[in-house]
Ligand binder design. Structure first.
Ligand code: ADP
Ligand code: MG
Length: 669
């Protein structure tokens, strides 16, 4: 059923197939899972005397009066023991009007509006009868999201045959419902009952879907753990040397995570571990210890960064830490001259390059490693559920380490990353203090600049982040150029400078260095400063057009201050008036400094979108599961997933096949 095309259903021709396709519906299963987003309550006729403006409802009454109003249509007045109502027909045929006469009974469904004279129902769905005892065709009529050219009524017709195919779904009951029963209820709730049944049914479907998702993840994990690879053992004790010249002690959390990673590496099963840690929690050092262990074993490490800028940053840090130990750390970037890239390719192929840092894209293209033992993926703050990289080296599967800042709320990690082992750095290095955050309206710009002046006068430094480089790039966004002008005019006696991605690398480094050394006091920058800049003396971060940025990014930017012993501040400036939604988002940052909390709240406000990387993993996306509506379902599915794969592998396989037909290779071995 999962992969049968909609065209296999009777009554669905090429035109409907095309329309359904626009709704993202291609299979019978897709169609059956296209659930209504609301229902029209046609189960009860409402007494006419109780109607209120705006009600959409079913009414029933005796026609007491009828008259033609010319262009105003045809109006009948109906009454029951409680009151009366005017019903207006915009288009009507003479044959219809002949029956809309006093003495007959009218049933109508529509919305009631206040008209000058009283309540009126316009252009309803209706039927007329001579029989006072005619019963309503009681139903909760499903209303579907649809596209132009496909009416909700037509869609109802198309959905119907898909529901008879539900018998093919795996049968297992949870909370007294099978998946098929739940889907049927969601489309056609029992008119004898109430819509609470629908919520229960939807939750049941969401549970199945989440279960399918977790079974896929679990299958991937098992599949990976069936493979063998070369263990990376402790050999020369380079770790001790690294510790000695880092310049700081590892936090307890970092030591614990390093230990997790090194233990994984020493196994014959490939490591597939996620390291979660808030911005600035010190994830890079974990990567350094892992790479070091690979080098000790004569294996190469590939470090993948999401951007070239981050790759360069990692290159600086890792070279500083690893080069003194005799390790060759190199960069591979798309923008390098062909000559340099050829040299790199040689170094990678011969094995003279030990640690190679580049972007995902670059590694996925034609790079051949001599002896790749470890892949480290830095996801920065991007969300995503990770897949095994397809980078292999002569058939050997490298160990993999993924680092991520605020991917998903802590509570969900174990379930959603069922395909990885997870370690968390739940502690910041010493000396970080929470940043006090405020939201400021555009009419407060002058005050914000005054605030910056106070910080500068006190010997501190200021970041001022803007979304664009030049006015012309994005006319309605603030730019580095315009804000720099503004600030130089207001604070002519201060040294301010601009920083953005279009500058040459050398210029970027030079300007950053001037800021680091304190010669530049105020830095107006694009979000390039998001990347690993460390200036403890900077205590104020102003973010312009903050309402245009995502929470994760704002949190990351804020992490640039609060690195010294002074109290630090973050000002979120917005342009124009703030929508309620934007206000709620920015308030999250005012209320908390905890990146995980930020992620949790972000999800609640923004929904999940493709957060789970469902598309990229080939899973197809969630159809029914909604993290707000079905909060509890994730953990419930986790438990079920574990039970099923232990005791009912065959059923687990069927459920997995229902939700992810591409993953049939699941076995319980
Ligand atoms: P992130 O987790 O955001 O990638 P980084 O690895 O970039 O964090 O580390 C942020 C900063 O903290 C760096 O300057 C790093 O050198 C420093 N750092 C990391 N660990 C410690 C520690 N245990 N003590 C002091 N500073 C540390
Ligand atoms: Mg980092």
């Amino acid at each position: 059923m999962r992969s049968a095309p909609v065209s296999s259903l009777r009554g669905i021709g090429p035109k409907s197939v095309a329309l359904l396709d626009r709704l993202g519906i291609t299979t019978v299963f897709d169609l059956a899972l296209h659930l209504p987003f609301r229902y029209e309550d046609r189960t009860k006729r409402r007494p006419l005397g109780e109607l209120a403006n705006g009600d959409a409802c079913l009414v029933w009454g005796r026609i007491v009066e009828s008259s033609s109003r010319g262009r105003g249509g045809f109006v009948v007045r109906i009454s029951d023991s409680s009151g009366s109502l005017n019903v207006r027909f915009i288009h009507s045929f003479p044959s219809q009007r002949q029956r809309l006469v006093p003495g007959n009974w009218l049933e109508a469904y529509g919305r009631v509006r206040m008209d000058g004279a009283g309540l009126e129902m316009i252009h309803p769905e209706w039927r007329v009868s001579t029989d006072e005892l005619l019963l309503p065709k009681s139903e909760f009529r499903p209303i579907y999201h649809t596209v132009k050219g496909l009416s909700s009524a037509r869609l109802r017709q198309l959905v119907r045959p898909s529901l008879s195919e539900l018998n093919l779904l795996p049968v297992y009951s949870h909370d007294g419902l099978s998946l098929a029963e739940a889907v049927r209820i969601a489309h056609n709730p029992d008119p004898q009952k109430n819509l609470r049944d629908v919520a229960v049914a939807r939750k049941r479907i969401a549970l199945d879907e989440m279960l399918g998702y977790q079974l896929v993840r679990d299958a991937e994990y098992r599949e990976l753990k069936r493979q063998t690879t070369e263990p990376l053992h402790r050999r020369q004790g380079l770790g001790k040397q690294l510790l000695a010249h880092l310049g700081f002690d590892l936090t307890r959390a970092q030591s614990r995570v390093v230990k997790d990673v090194l233990e994984d590496l020493a196994r014959e099963r490939p490591m597939y571990r996620l390291v979660q840690g808030d911005v600035g929690s010190g994830k890079t050092v974990i990567a350094a210890f892992a790479a070091l262990r690979a080098c000790e074993n004569g294996s190469q490490t590939a470090v993948m960064a999401p951007t070239e800028l981050l790759a360069e940053h990692h290159h600086r840090t890792l070279s500083e830490w690893l080069s003194p130990l005799g390790i060759e750390v190199n960069l591979l970037l798309g923008k390098q001259p062909a000559r340099v890239r050829r040299a790199r390719a040689r170094g990678i192929a011969t094995g003279s390059d030990h640690v190679i840092i580049g972007t995902h894209a670059l590694f996925q293209s034609s790079v051949t490693f001599n002896n790749l033992g470890l892949i480290i993926i830095d996801e920065q703050h991007r969300f995503g559920v990770h897949q095994r990289m397809q980078l292999r080296d002569k058939g050997r599967l490298p160990h993999q380490l993924v680092m991520t800042a605020t991917p998903i709320p802590r509570t969900l990690t174990m379930s959603l990353y069922a395909n990885m082992d997870v370690s968390e750095i739940d502690e910041l290095p010493p000396g970080r203090s929470p940043v006090e955050t405020v939201v400021q309206a555009p009419n407060r710009r002058a005050n914000v600049i005054e605030g910056a002046e106070r910080v500068l006068a006190g010997g501190g430094q200021v970041y001022w982040v803007v979304p664009a480089i030049q006015e012309s790039d994005e006319p309605d966004l603030r730019s580095v150029d315009s804000v720099l002008d503004e600030i130089r005019q207001a604070l002519p006696h201060r040294h301010s400078a601009g920083l953005h991605g279009k500058l040459s690398d050398a210029e970027k480094v030079a300007r950053m260095e001037r800021f680091r050394s304190g010669r530049v006091q105020l830095l107006v920058a694009t979000t390039v400063v998001e990347v690993g800049v460390d200036v403890p003396n900077a205590t104020l971060m102003v973010i312009d057009c903050a309402d245009r940025m995502g929470l994760a990014q704002l949190h990351q930017l804020r992490g640039r201050v609060g690195r010294g012993c002074q109290q630090s501040f973050c000002v979120l400036l917005h342009d124009g008036s703030l929508s309620e939604e934007a206000h709620a988002r920015l308030s999250v940052l005012v209320e908390t400094n905890d990146g995980f909390e930020v992620a949790q709240r972000d999800l609640e406000l923004r929904g999940w979108g493709d957060l789970l990387g469902a598309k990229q993993s080939g899973y197809g996306g969630f159809k029914v599961f909604d993290p707000l509506e079905h909060r509890g379902v994730i953990e419930e599915a986790r438990t079920l997933c574990n039970e099923l794969k232990e005791d009912q592998a065959e059923l687990a396989l069927q459920i997995l096949g229902t939700w992810a037909p591409g993953h049939r290779e699941y076995t319980s071995a």
